[in-house]
Write a protein that binds this ligand. Structure first.
Ligand SMILES: NC(=O)C1=CN([C@@H]2O[C@H](COP(=O)(O)OP(=O)(O)OC[C@H]3O[C@@H](n4cnc5c(N)ncnc54)[C@H](OP(=O)(O)O)[C@@H]3O)[C@@H](O)[C@H]2O)C=CC1
Ligand SMILES: CC(C)(CO)C(=O)C(=O)O
Length: 354
């Protein structure tokens, strides 16, 4: 068993949307927190950050300790070792982050991997075999409303993995960090929870291709039908693996695709909870595509394809969407019709074509 003392050093590596929100919410509780950011983003964070959420909670942090990547790698600076190292880079940044976090890690460091998708923790565990590495599921969306203002736009509890070694400590940590801005809990079955989150993340690629807010996307039935196709394939793979998906929204995993396919007038009544989402919310993949950054498609839809292959299950919809997104971030020359915004009917026709 490991004792965790929440007042020990929290370091958030990757001061982006999730990192700044999480780091801000930990710091506002009075715990020592340092954000590790890019040199280019440091100036907007040094004058403090503001947190708000869809339930009108608000906190202003006049100051938060920030260290940039150049300072971290400078040999003439001694950096504080992290007791809790919250790794909040994208899956695509993990390989480099594993090297860059080295100055922050000692034997007591607990590394908390906050990535969407499946399998990002493997590289961290391989590089730090003697450290406790725990997975974290981030259910909610964060947007930056103005420089340094981070807004949680949807519901859900941040969930930390419980292992036999971490159990007591994690409960202490969770009790200490619990707040209105940061609802938080634990799970002993992170595999199943990450699959359930993966199901919800199948909307990310569709959102990137639709190039409109998530709420506006969900209001259009053909987009919902595309997401339903992607989800039905995931459910087949999860069932074949014997994974029982926990309920992470008001509707259970197997019912979500059925509800998504409903005509608009019924959907808006049955799925009112799903539509209770801030109208500004965009998926994290939309942010990547709109900024010309690599996407997490291989770790999200690609993770399903990888598992499907071992089970010999066909997933044509996930294959098509994966290739559309990969073409966007690759050098493929695309016609205007293939570039976002892709109309709902067009996308549905492409994804359903045999
Ligand atoms: N955004 C959201 O609402 C949600 C996101 N998630 C998941 O959370 C994870 C984080 O996502 P998100 O916060 O959106 O990502 P962001 O891209 O907003 O944040 C990551 C930040 O880390 C920085 N970074 C990456 N590598 C390094 C490095 N080696 N040294 C210093 N800084 C680094 C990035 O800089 P640069 O861009 O320059 O590389 C970026 O500023 C993802 O897996 C995502 O899928 C989950 C739920 C919701
Ligand atoms: C919260 C959610 C499901 C959608 O916004 C997400 O995880 C993301 O944007 O990556």
């Amino acid at each position: 068993m490991t004792d965790f003392f929440p007042w020990e050093q929290h370091t958030v590596f990757g001061a982006g949307l999730i990192g700044c929100y999480l780091g801000g919410a930990i710091s506002v509780q009075g715990f020592q927190t340092t954000l590790i950011c890019r040199e280019t983003t440091k100036s907007k964070l040094t004058s403090g950050i503001k947190l708000t959420d869809y339930q009108s909670h608000e906190a202003i942090l006049p100051h938060i300790e920030v260290l940039d990547d150049k300072q971290l790698s400078a040999t003439n600076i001694t950096v504080k070792k992290a007791r809790f190292l919250w790794l909040t880079v994208k899956c695509t940044g993990i390989k480099q982050a594993v090297l860059d976090i080295a100055p922050l890690v000692d034997n007591n460091t607990i590394i908390l991997c906050c990535q969407n998708g499946l399998g990002s923790d493997a590289a961290v565990k391989q590089a730090y075999p003697d450290n406790m590495v725990l997975r974290v599921m981030v259910p909610f969306n964060v947007v930056e409303l103005s420089p340094g203002h981070y807004h949680r736009g949807s519901e859900g509890k941040l969930t930390i993995e419980q292992t036999p070694q971490s159990q007591i400590g994690i409960n202490t940590l969770v009790m200490a960090l619990q707040s209105d801005l940061l609802p938080i809990t634990t799970t002993a079955d992170m595999d199943a929870l990450l699959w359930a989150k993966l199901q919800l993340n199948l909307g990310n690629s569709v959102n990137a291709l639709a190039d409109i807010p998530v709420k506006a996307m969900l209001e259009q039935r053909p987009y919902r039908k595309v997401i339903a196709l992607l989800m039905s394939e995931l459910l087949k793979v999860a069932d074949a693996h014997g994974i029982k998906l926990p309920k992470v929204t008001a509707i259970s995993a197997h019912k979500i695709p059925i509800v998504l396919r409903l005509p608009n007038f019924i959907f808006s009544r049955v799925a009112n909870k799903m539509l209770e989402i801030d109208p500004k919310v965009r998926s994290s993949m939309w942010w990547d595509v709109s900024q010309g950054k690599p996407t997490e498609i291989v770790h999200i839809n690609g993770a399903i394809l990888k598992h499907a292959k071992t089970l010999n299950i066909a997933c044509p919809a996930n294959e098509k969407i994966s290739s559309l997104i990969s073409q966007l971030s690759g050098n493929a020359s695309l016609t205007d019709e293939q570039k976002p915004p892709i109309a709902a009917e067009t996308l549905l026709a492409w994804v359903s074509a045999k």
